[in-house]
Design a binder for this molecule. Structure first.
Ligand SMILES: Cc1cc2nc3c(=O)[nH]c(=O)nc-3n(C[C@H](O)[C@H](O)[C@H](O)COP(=O)(O)OP(=O)(O)OC[C@H]3O[C@@H](n4cnc5c(N)ncnc54)[C@H](O)[C@@H]3O)c2cc1C
Length: 456
C-alpha cells in the first residue's frame, strides 16, 4: 500500500471505530471489488484488473457521511456495493479508491400496514419478501438473485424480474415510493426523493448518490404454485405462454419460455423438464394450477411438473433458472454462450423470431421473460443466449436486432447509458452534477458525464 492509502486507512479506522470494518486484506479487497462482470466476455477482458485500495463497511448513515466527507476532501473515488451480483461490472471500482460495502447496513425498519417496506439499503431482498409475507404482503418484483441481492443494489443496478409480468419493472407504477440519498459534497447531505424524483437516482449505478433509506411498495401476498410445461415446437410454446401472460384471468408471477435446447443446461432439475423441447416455467396462483395444467394439455403441451410453492427453499426452485440465471446455467454448460437483453414488438414478435433464426440459426436461442411495460401492456422481453465468437460479431447481432425493430439494452458495456438507461431528459446527469460535483462516485460509469467533462 502507498503511504497515501495507509494514511486514508488510518483515518477510516478512526471514523468507523472498528478495524474489522475497514478491510485491506488483498484477497478480500479483490473479492469485494468484483461482481458478475465476467458474464460478458467483452467486460471480462476490460475489467479483470480493476481493484479498490480499501473496503469500508458502514453501519449507519452518519458513518456513510463521514466516509464521504473524508473521501471528498482527499479526492478519493468511492464505489458503493450491495451484494455484488450485478452483471455489467457496475460495482467494479475503475479508478481504485474506496469500495463502500453496505452489506452490514441491512435492517428492515418496518413493513407498514399500507404495504410499504422501509429498509436500509443492505437488506437482502429475500429477507424483505419473507418478512413482508408474515403480514400479508410480498415484493412486487425481484431479480432471480433475490437470495443474495440487496435492495439498494437492486435499485442502483437492477431492473425487474419475477413478478414483473404482473407489476412491471422496478421503475414502474410507483414501486419505489421514496429514497434517501447521501451526497458526495464538502458536507454530505441526506436528501429525500419522492415520487417521480426517484428516477434521478434509480439505476444510476451509484454514480450520483448513495441510497441510504428506501420506501418500497409491496403487493398483497398470494399462495403460489410452480408449473413446467413442454412443447415440441417453440412456436407453440410461445403461443401458449403469450396467451397466459397477456390474459388477465391468470394471476401469475413468472412466465418464462425457453427455446430448445436451453432447458438441457439446467442439470440439477433434469427430471422436471423436457431437455430437448421448448419449456415454459410458470409461477401461478395455487388456486389456478390445475386449470393451467388442463389448458396446457389442451394446447398440446406436456405438463412436466406442477406443485405448490413454499418460498425460496422450495425444490425445485424454478426462478433459479429464469431471468439472468438462465445465462449462468448456459455458461456453465458451454462457456461460448453469452447473452443480450432484448425487447420484442408484441405485434411483430413472430416475424422478428423468424428473421433472427434465418440470420443466426442455433447461435441465437430464445429465452423470453414476459413483463408488463410502463403502459400496462404485457410484452415479450427476452434475454436470448447468443454464441460468442468476437466482439465485432456480437455488435453485428445487436445492430441486426435493432434494424428489425428489436430493442437491445447492451449488457456488454460498462456505463449507465449503454445498458439501456439513456435518458433524454438527463435527470441522472443533472443529479450527478448536483450531488457529486467532483465526479468521485463510481467514476467512469456515467458516459454522458465523462463526455461533458472531456469537452470542458
Ligand atoms: C445470475 C444472475 C441473475 C440476475 N438476474 C437479474 C434479474 O432477474 N433482474 C435484475 O434486475 N437483475 C438481475 N441480475 C443483476 C443483479 O443481480 C441485480 O440487479 C441485483 O438486484 C443487484 O443487487 P446487488 O445487491 O448485488 O447490487 P450490486 O451488484 O452490489 O450493485 C449494483 C449497482 O448498484 C449500485 N449500488 C449498490 N448499492 C447502492 C446504493 N446503496 N446506492 C446507490 N447505488 C448502489 C452499485 O454501485 C452497482 O452499480 C442478475 C445477475 C446475475 C449474476
Amino acid at each position: 500500500m502507498s503511504t497515501e492509502v495507509d494514511a486514508l486507512v488510518a483515518v477510516l479506522v478512526e471514523l468507523v471505530g472498528d478495524p474489522s470494518r475497514v478491510i485491506t486484506n488483498a484477497p478480500t479487497v479483490a473479492r469485494l471489488s468484483r461482481d458478475f462482470y465476467w458474464y460478458s466476455p467483452v467486460l471480462k477482458e476490460l475489467l479483470e484488473s480493476k481493484i479498490a485500495d480499501v473496503v469500508v463497511q458502514p453501519t449507519s448513515v452518519e458513518e456513510i457521511q463521514s466516509v464521504l466527507r473524508l473521501c471528498h476532501a482527499r479526492g478519493v473515488p468511492v464505489t458503493v456495493r450491495g451484494a455484488g451480483t450485478g452483471n455489467y461490472g457496475q460495482a467494479i471500482p475503475l479508478q481504485g479508491g474506496v469500495v463502500l460495502d453496505l452489506a452490514l447496513f441491512d435492517q428492515i425498519e418496518s413493513i407498514d400496514p399500507d404495504g410499504v417496506a422501509v429498509c436500509q439499503p443492505g437488506a437482502r431482498l429475500a429477507t424483505i419478501e419473507n418478512e413482508a409475507r408474515r403480514t400479508g404482503w410480498e415484493l412486487r418484483c425481484y431479480p432471480s438473485t433475490v437470495v443474495k441481492a440487496s435492495v439498494g443494489g437492486f435499485l442502483g443496478g437492477g431492473s425487474g424480474g419475477i413478478g414483473s409480468v404482473a407489476h412491471g419493472g422496478l421503475r414502474d407504477f410507483g414501486t419505489v415510493r421514496a429514497i434517501e440519498v447521501v451526497t458526495m459534497e464538502v458536507e454530505p447531505r441526506v436528501v429525500k426523493h419522492e415520487g417521480e424524483a426517484v428516477h434521478e437516482i434509480l439505476h444510476a449505478w451509484g454514480t450520483n448518490g448513495i441510497i441510504s433509506r428506501i420506501w418500497l411498495a409491496l403487493t398483497p401476498s398470494v399462495e403460489w404454485a410452480q408449473c413446467v410445461v413442454a412443447f415440441s415446437s417453440f412456436d407453440n410454446a410461445f403461443d401458449f405462454s403469450e396467451r397466459i401472460a397477456t390474459d388477465q384471468h391468470w394471476q401469475k408471477r413468472l412466465v418464462t419460455t425457453f427455446e430448445a435446447p436451453i432447458a438441457s443446461f439446467f442439470s440439477p432439475i433434469k427430471k422436471f423438464i423436457a431437455p430437448e423441447k421448448a419449456n415454459i416455467f410458470f409461477m401461478i396462483a395455487a388456486t389456478q394450477l390445475s386449470e393451467l395444467e388442463q389448458a396446457a394439455r389442451h394446447a398440446g403441451g406436456e405438463v412436466m411438473y406442477g406443485a405448490n410453492y413454499d418460498g425460496f427453499r422450495t425444490a425445485p426452485l424454478l426462478s433459479d433458472y429464469t431471468w439472468n440465471h438462465t445465462t449462468l446455467w448456459a455458461i456453465k454448460a458451454d462457456d461460448t454462450w453469452t447473452y443480450l437483453q432484448c425487447g420484442f414488438d408484441p405485434i411483430n414478435a413472430r416475424s422478428q423470431f423468424a428473421q433472427l433464426k434465418e440470420q443466426y440459426r442455433d447461435d441465437f436461442l430464445f429465452h423470453l421473460e414476459f413483463m408488463k411495460n410502463g403502459s400496462g401492456v404485457v410484452v415479450p422481453g427476452s434475454i436470448p443466449l447468443v454464441r460468442f465468437t468476437t466482439a465485432e460479431r456480437l455488435n453485428e447481432m445487436i445492430d441486426f436486432c435493432r434494424e428489425i425493430g428489436v430493442s437491445v439494452a447492451n449488457p456488454h458495456v460498462n456505463h449507465v447509458e449503454g445498458g439501456g438507461r439513456y435518458r433524454q431528459d438527463h435527470i441522472q446527469l443533472i443529479a450527478k452534477r448536483k450531488y457529486d460535483p467532483k465526479g468521485l462516485l463510481n467514476p467512469g460509469k456515467m458516459a454522458s458525464y465523462q463526455a461533458a467533462e472531456a469537452k470542458q
